[in-house]
Design a protein around this ligand. Sequence first.
Ligand code: NAD
Length: 498
Amino acid sequence: MTSPRSASLVLKRPELLRTQNFIGGAWLPALDGALLPVSNPADGKDFIEVADSSAADAKAATDAASAALPAWKARSPRERAQLLKRWHKLVLDNVDDLAQIISQEQGKPLYEARGEVGYGASYIEWFAEEAVRSYGDIIPDLIPGKRMTAVKEAVGVVAAITPWNFPLAMIARKFAPALAAGCTVVAKPAEDTPLTALALVRLAEEAGFPAGVLNIVSASRAHTPAVVDSWLADSRVRKITFTGSTPVGKHLARESAGTLKKLSLELGGNAPFIVFDDADLDLAVDGLMAAKFRNGGQTCVCPNRVYVQDAVYEAFAAKLAARVAALAVGPATWSESRIGPMINARAVDKIDRHVQDAVQRGAVKLAGGERLRNEIADGPFYYAPTVLGDADEHMELFAEETFGPVVPLFRFKDEAEAIRKANDTPFGLAAYFYARDAARIWRVSGQLETGIVGINEGAIASEAAPFGGVKESGYGREGSRHGLDDYMHIKYMCQGGL
Ligand code: NAD
């Protein structure tokens, strides 16, 4: 294993820092020996190398998952649940080390990284509990002499592909229901953040999951298509579960058609956040701060377009700008930090492009609005938390997810206009609105074209709730009982001769 050069990573259990693939119960280098450097977004410097896998490694993972499937599927749900519970405990026991690894490779402040560990672990616990409740149906006898039943069965080998923004939670949200359902898994974490996923798998190994039940290979952006294409073409892989951008999601949908795999696609969003004139403005500002600035604005359910009704626009903008200007920006290791560095140069360039474009087209900077570098935020990927007033639909940030700490404020006159504008996007993941009038709350919730609606609430994610989108934000749900069903198919059995 390459030793980390960064002084800031001091783990109680250094063996959690893995750099090899986990295939068939063994830690292995890429078959061709290729390596992928991993950097710390706080300084942009590489600090470790992990395996850069190829199609051959991906196939070895599928071989292992396929071989392990019959025995794993045949275990009782309770046995599978016991292993998940052991894994859940190990994740919580190692929260400090996991949080450090997340912060080191992803950049989020340590307190947020600890929160992510708890959030990811909650899915493992939830699906351990759901595993024993995947009930089927006994169908009333319509035809004398026949008994009809429907049971749920694991779909088979699942391939999981995850993004960098929640490197632990996104893997946990996929592995936990898959394993609970009786599926075996092959996975590829995002190229920017492989270490957290590898550490999580190391803890699963410790929990005692049988060899081949979970397998993971890391790969660079350049090698990723070969790895994923190997799974897309392989008829033994029966499901693809993906969180990431809409263009890659569409590619996966197209390419999995050859073997007609089941798909769960959690894709990009462009969330509206609407503040009506009857809203509690302080509550709305709190909700927006929570929903927008978590993870530096790099969250698929982050509000991307904030609509404020004319009568409360000035008051809301002033309250918000004061709060945003006070946000502390700095590295994960700084205890005051509320906003860390962006993940990489591509991300910070896109944020700056959106802000410059908006300002050129008439937006007014109410807070931030530029790259940031100072004695504390001393790296290339920091961006000042930003509020832009007088945004409109001709700006790039209207149509495209900014994925950074930038709030554009749009004005609106009435409810019909707010709903029309909120729905004026191909995406449909989350929407938020603040209002007091009960009739308005029902009307607006019913008309928003999204999979998730936050009503007077900015923190919406929960392991107990179905998370997912409509339109080009994808399909499938993670969390809740629906999250388990997505990893199962229904088998109908008809017995005659009774
Ligand atoms: P991305 O689509 O570039 O990458 C996601 C994953 O796909 C990574 O593992 C990457 O290596 C892989 N990938 C990239 N190119 C691929 C290819 N050609 N074939 C197969 N796999 C490929 O997205 P990102 O930039 O890492 O993540 C940000 C996006 O993810 C945003 O659009 C965000 O909204 C979305 N997201 C959605 C959710 C959700 O639950 N809906 C959650 C988090 C992030």
